[in-house]
Design a protein around this ligand. Structure first.
Ligand code: MG
Ligand code: MG
Ligand code: MG
Length: 308
């Protein structure tokens, strides 16, 4: 059986990319974990069913979307057969056999898929050049908005904006900004979530020079929304660090309006300070302009670990 699957602690881009790509490749979409409130909102809005959850790679052919880090994929990934990767992150794994690999440094995996569609090039990745229905166009648009934080993240490219416009036309969405704010609001329902839910909603594991590093993120419209939960979040992250043998955990509380992130730093604080040339006090530091894990946090951290 052939599946398209995104990363653990799935975000809207991972879920939507799996659904839409599975439609073009005529196979099954799958997910690794529960939907976050934003993705729930988006699927409900366009009336699309959530993909099934899979727990093992055994006897499966897999097309990975929105990730290629082993640590973010199925635990028994080597039991399955990776046949393709469609992504917008750095290359995270090597394979023993040739595979289909297509990635672009753009704001979302949904952007990559949309471009293939509008270029009539789905056949280049083994898919069918068939029509994109309004509901699926709406899903792709939502994923672009989510990953680029409504085009504010430094990961945003012209292609993201261009694809969003074309998708909005198909989906019948007249005001992208208004629609985008609805999505961001659904994302920042964090004030209603428990601290443990906030932590696990968007948490990714990395391996930097043999060390396990976890980087989580939550995006809020105003940091105050989460202020009273910060102590508890810190406490839980300290527990997680010890229990799961992390060298370092970084948790980004990203303020969408201020366009910066309060970083909670636990474990190897020295490494973090070296990477960003900042002083961390009480496990906390605010980094102006930092909104993207993959573009602004992973590279300096990995560099610091490699030069150690
Ligand atoms: Mg993602
Ligand atoms: Mg993505
Ligand atoms: Mg994200």
């Amino acid at each position: 059986m052939k599946y398209v699957v995104g990363h653990k602690n799935p975000d809207t881009d991972s879920i939507v990319s799996a659904i839409v790509l599975a439609y073009f490749l005529e196979c099954y979409p799958a997910k690794l974990g529960n939907l976050n409130p934003e993705t729930e909102f988006v699927l409900r809005k366009f009336g699309v069913m959530e993909p099934e959850t899979i727990e093992s790679a055994k006897n499966k052919e897999l097309i990975l979307v929105d990730h290629s880090e082993k640590s973010q994929s199925l635990d028994d990934l080597e039991e399955g057969k990776i046949i393709g990767i469609i992504d917008h992150h750095k290359v995270g794994l090597t394979t023993t056999e040739p595979i289909l690999y297509y990635a672009k440094p753009v704001g979302s995996t949904a952007t990559v898929i949309a471009e293939l569609y509008f270029k009539n090039a789905m056949d280049l990745i083994g898919g069918k050049n068939k029509e994109l229905k309004p509901d699926l166009a709406g899903l792709l648009l939502s994923a672009i908005i989510s990953d680029t934080v409504l085009f504010k993240s430094p990961t945003t490219t012209e292609l993201d904006k261009e694809m969003a416009k074309k998708l909005a036309e198909i989906a019948g969405i007249k005001n992208i900004n208004e629609f985008g704010m609805d999505i961001l609001k659904a994302k920042s329902v964090v004030s209603k979530l428990k601290p443990e839910e906030i932590i696990s909603m968007d948490f990714k594991d990395f391996n930097f020079n043999g060390k396990k590093v976890g980087i989580g993120q939550v995006e809020v419209i105003d940091i105050k929304e989460i202020e009273d939960k910060k102590d508890k979040i810190l406490e839980l992250l300290k527990e997680k660090l010890n229990k799961e043998n992390y060298d370092l955990i970084v948790f980004m509380i990203t303020d969408i309006m201020k366009e910066g992130s309060e970083m909670l730093v636990i474990g190897n604080v020295k490494m973090f300070e070296k990477a960003f040339n900042v002083k961390v006090e009480n496990n906390t530091v605010f980094l102006e302009g930092v909104m993207s894990r993959k573009k602004q946090v992973v590279p300096p951290l990995e560099k610091a670990y490699l030069s150690n």
